[in-house]
Design a protein around this ligand. Structure first.
Ligand code: PLP
Ligand code: COI
Length: 355
């Protein structure tokens, strides 16, 4: 399929201070858009000026949440090259999310080619500063113009780009997390393992309660028994307990993170055992109390590798590793960002240049 290119005749000024980018607040000059319907399939692929969408007030996405998205980053290397990290994994996950939500799958090769074209057009927007990157947000919405709840007939796929700094104001400094025991994020058979907007909309209330108490995010428990650890609001969670790295097993209600997968592959390639298993809240609290919870960190595209300094549960606060980044967390941060920024070799072939 050809991509029609409509250049932005009034490009915006680039941010003057890359130290103040924040996350997801500034957008580049162009976006990618494509339409789908049952007769024609995907069509009308365009790179066009970034701008507001015109949408019918009865559009499916506005009423029934037919929406999926992805999150990935483009990194600018010291030699000026721009690269992506495992983008094929994102498009594969997007297709799994699409199947779960009754939306059409993308051709992953075309999705990658069109993403590269878009980034090339907005290449000047990829920031240079340490720890900055171009955050990429592909998303898909159901767009039928009637109120019946049926399989969707019209869909739009878009990609927007946002030069960003760190997701947490704390940067690589430890974040404090509150264990949520009232609301649940997802249940098996629901949409937890899909990256769909509704999962995040439903998480806002718990996130607000945590923020009011000074915590960055919540740690979700399983939706049935509320006994097992699942993940954090925008990242997967890992622990080092009694000398061993462990992370909750993918059980159908947790988002299969690409950073999580990469860390497990990295550790195993170093001969370090990393367990994917059920981790009970009781085990975690016991370990936090007796000091055998040696490290805890979250991992995700936006959050990278974020050490957890304090865990709060039922009014008690547990400090982890003196609220300092631990050696495994630091090692994983260094290795992963080293590969992403071209400062370390990439034996896994995770890097995909934008060319
Ligand atoms: N879990 C949730 C709920 C997320 O939103 C994210 C971020 O995408 C992750 C985990 C981490 O996934 P990834 O490493 O693919 O970014
Ligand atoms: C990401 O890490 O890419 C995310 O999607 C997290 C979040 C901002 C929802």
């Amino acid at each position: 399929m050809d991509i029609q290119i409509i250049r932005n005749a009034s490009p915006a000024a680039k941010p003057a201070d890359e130290g103040k980018l924040g996350f997801g607040r500034i957008f580049t000059d162009h976006m990618f858009t494509m339409e789908w319907d049952r007769e024609k399939g995907w069509h009308d692929a365009k790179i066009e000026p970034f701008g507001n969408l015109s949408i019918h007030p009865a559009s499916t996405v506005l009423h029934y949440g037919s929406e999926i998205f992805e999150g990935m980053k483009a990194y600018r290397w010291a030699d000026g090259r721009i690269v992506l990290f495992r983008p094929q994994e994102n498009f594969a996950r997007m297709n799994r999310s699409a199947v779960r939500m009754g939306l059409p799958e993308l051709d992953p090769d075309f999705a990658l080619r069109s993403l590269k074209e878009l980034i090339k057009i907005d290449a000047d927007w990829v920031p240079h500063g340490v720890g900055t990157s171009l955050y990429i947000r592909p998303f898909m919405i159901g767009d039928d113009e009637h109120l019946g709840v049926h399989s969707v007939q019209h869909v739009r796929y878009l990609v927007i780009l946002s030069p960003s700094g760190s997701y947490y104001a704390a940067g690589i400094n430890p974040v404090d997390i509150m264990i949520e025991d009232a609301d649940v994020r997802a249940v098996r058979g629901g949409t937890g393992e899909a990256k769909c907007g509704g999962n995040y909309g439903a998480s806002v209330r718990a996130g607000e309660r945590a923020e009011q108490k000074g915590y960055a995010q919540v740690l979700w428990l399983d939706g049935v028994e509320r006994k097992y650890i699942e993940e954090v609001g925008s990242m997967n969670i890992m622990f080092k307990i009694k000398g061993k790295v462990c992370t909750p097993v993918l059980n159908g209600s947790i988002l299969p993170g690409i950073t999580r997968k990469s860390i497990l592959e990295l550790l195993r390639s170093e001969g370090v055992e990393a367990e994917e298993r059920r981790i009970s809240l009781a085990e975690l609290i016991d370990a936090a109390q007796d000091g055998t919870l040696e490290e805890a960190w979250g991992c995700g595209t936006a959050a990278v590798v974020s050490p957890v300094g304090h865990l709060a549960y039922e009014g008690k606060v547990y400090e982890i590793n003196g609220a300092k980044i631990g050696p495994v967390t630091q090692h994983l941060y260094d290795e992963l960002t080293g590969i992403q920024w071209g400062k370390r070799p990439d034996p896994f072939n995770w890097i995909v240049p934008v060319e």
